[in-house]
Design a protein around this ligand. Sequence first.
Ligand code: NAD
Length: 266
Amino acid sequence: MQITSHAGLLDLSGKVAIVTGGAAGIGFGIAYRLAEAGARVVIAGRRLEEAQKTAEELIAKGWEATGASTDVSKEDEVQELVKDVLDQYGHIDILVNNAGIFPFNPLASMTSADFDKVIATNLRGVFLMTKYVSEEMKKRGQGGKIINITSIDSLHPSSVGLAHYDASKHGVFGFMKNVALELAKDNITVTSVAPGGILTPGVVSMQSGGKQNTTERFPEYQKMDVPMGRMGVPDDIGKVVLFLASDMSSYMTGVQIVVDGGYLLN
Ligand SMILES: NC(=O)c1ccc[n+]([C@@H]2O[C@H](COP(=O)([O-])OP(=O)(O)OC[C@H]3O[C@@H](n4cnc5c(N)ncnc54)[C@H](O)[C@@H]3O)[C@@H](O)[C@H]2O)c1
């Protein structure tokens, strides 16, 4: 049996990766690690300017990245993204379904439109991206890696007011397992990472009731009841996604890795 060095296993040179919601927060942590490992990273976000600005930060480090404007809940925009990436790079090897929203909203005040909006981004978005990207991976016949960013809420609720969110993330967990089964014969693996509390602009905005969206000077949110004594940072997730996107995880599919500093042990 031939053994590849660990550096070789983690080398993503020549691979093309799409990271949805990659302009900020966890998505940026993921885009950073994939680009550093040599992948050409397409940062797909709702706002083109933000996605391009983030891509430029990676390019400034000597890595390859592009920004693209895509709302993952919209089928025509997802199809256009896939076509544009193929026109630009010719193939897609890695998809990270990271885009997600988590607006706090107790059931008593939640409307059906509020519910649908969260499901549309967090679950339908994963379905659409997975469907159109996996079709291209199958046509090419060289396998692929699809990684979903779920949440510890895919297993256990973290707070009241996130019933729509928890439904979406449980949904992605189930979707992952079925699709992993369908795509295994094409050597396309489908896995998930379930983060606990990670300090990101989205979390700060939710916890401050929309008053703040920068993670600077926000120490009070570091005090969550985490056995490891700190909230996570985007790179805690980026490193695990790199593992799942690389040949280090060659025999893994249909599984989810919890990255929560031990939070679920409580
Ligand atoms: N931060 C945490 O504590 C935490 C914990 C568990 C899971 N997660 C999950 O991690 C992912 C990223 O979370 P984050 O904290 O970095 O959030 P964030 O709000 O800081 O960043 C999310 C990014 O996704 C983009 N986005 C939102 N809706 C989109 C859409 N329809 N199409 C394309 N892009 C869209 C946003 O513009 C933003 O760039 C989400 O799926 C979230 O549910 C986060």
